[in-house]
Design a protein around this ligand. Structure first.
Ligand SMILES: [Mn+2]
Length: 320
């Protein structure tokens, strides 16, 4: 019996996500792509920190996960410790990843944290088994710029959209409290809020994950301009990511559900969404007036179309 329990745990892969109702279905896409790519048949367990997801959306997500014999555990956060923190454009749910120590069940010793604006394109097992070499956390460098709020070299600043976390160490080091303390101390100073807080606490002490596990929008321009040398990754890392993408991150303004956004994976994302939630409308901003404002980004859009043609090797076939 005990042996059986141990076996079950060893084979379990924990994913943690956080969302409010606005992002619930986008989160559903992340979960669906995790399950579709779970070729190693790991027992995938989702912990969702629930920032007010409606019953209707929860049902949709549970139904989808259930069809893969996977379970979802909803965790209701108590917002007390977050009171008084600046929200900016992100919403309170962005802070939940700072409270993982107190929110996740104590027996959870390792997790993969995923943002809700991702598309998983490979088996998470490869990420799960990455050796953190004693570090609390693993992440991919932020390919854009380092946050102007921190005095940190660009190669040392990580993006917090995909994290591999040793929860045992996280708790032991009192990470929740440390993060909230620096966050409160910084007040309005942090441009990227919780990502800046994480970078402050884990400064020079994070493990660098392979680039393919967090492919950010500026990845494509770095490839085109051969500008990998300004980042901490090598040319080989970029080409491996192109060949074998792990997670596509639609960060900042590159959200695929915005009409005037062009991204090499936009169509793939859209077709996945329509497969999972056939009755839902995909675009959030189809009004003419709204899009007129965005016409200025049209040059950028054409450039991205060229990128799509060039990176023919990038594909994601949900049917396979
Ligand atoms: Mn994100």
């Amino acid at each position: 019996m005990v042996f059986g329990l141990l076996m079950m745990k060893a084979d379990q892969l924990n994913v943690v996500l956080a969302s409010d109702d606005n992002y619930a279905l986008w989160m559903g896409v992340v979960m669906f792509s995790c399950l579709e790519k779970n070729l190693s048949k790991k027992n995938m367990c989702f912990y969702v920190i629930d920032g007010g997801i409606s019953k209707d959306n929860k049902d949709k997500i549970e139904k989808m996960a259930g069809s893969y014999q996977s379970s979802v555990q909803w965790i209701t956060p108590c917002g007390e410790s977050l009171q008084g923190l600046p929200i900016k454009r992100y919403g309170i749910a962005t802070y939940y990843r700072l409270l993982l120590g107190q929110l996740l069940p104590q027996h959870v010793s390792k997790v993969i944290y995923l943002d809700c604006d991702l598309l998983i394109a490979d088996d998470l097992k490869c990420l799960w088994e990455h050796d953190l070499s004693g570090h609390v956390l693993g992440a991919v460098e932020n390919l854009g710029i380092a946050s102007p709020s921190l005095n940190l070299e660009r190669q040392q600043y990580f993006n917090a959209g995909v994290l591999l976390i040793d929860m045992y160490q996280w708790r032991e080091k009192g990470t929740d409290d440390k993060l909230i303390t620096v966050m409160k101390k910084a007040g309005d100073k942090y441009r990227y809020l919780d990502q800046d807080a994480l970078n402050t606490i884990f400064k020079y002490s994070w493990s660098r994950l392979p680039l393919r596990w967090n492919i950010q929008p500026s990845f494509w321009s770095k490839i085109e301009k051969s500008k990998w040398n300004i980042t901490g990754y090598k040319k080989e890392d970029y080409f491996l990511a192109l060949e074998k993408p792990g997670a596509i991150h639609f960060l900042a303004k590159s959200k695929p559900w915005n009409y005037m956004v062009f991204h090499p994976y936009k169509e793939v994302y859209k077709s996945l969404f329509e497969t999972i939630f056939p009755k839902q409308t995909f675009y959030k901003d189809v009004s003419f007036k709204e899009n007129l404002k965005k016409l200025t980004s049209f040059g950028k859009a054409l450039k991205n179309q060229r990128r799509i043609r060039r990176s023919k090797k990038i594909f994601y076939d949900p049917v396979k």
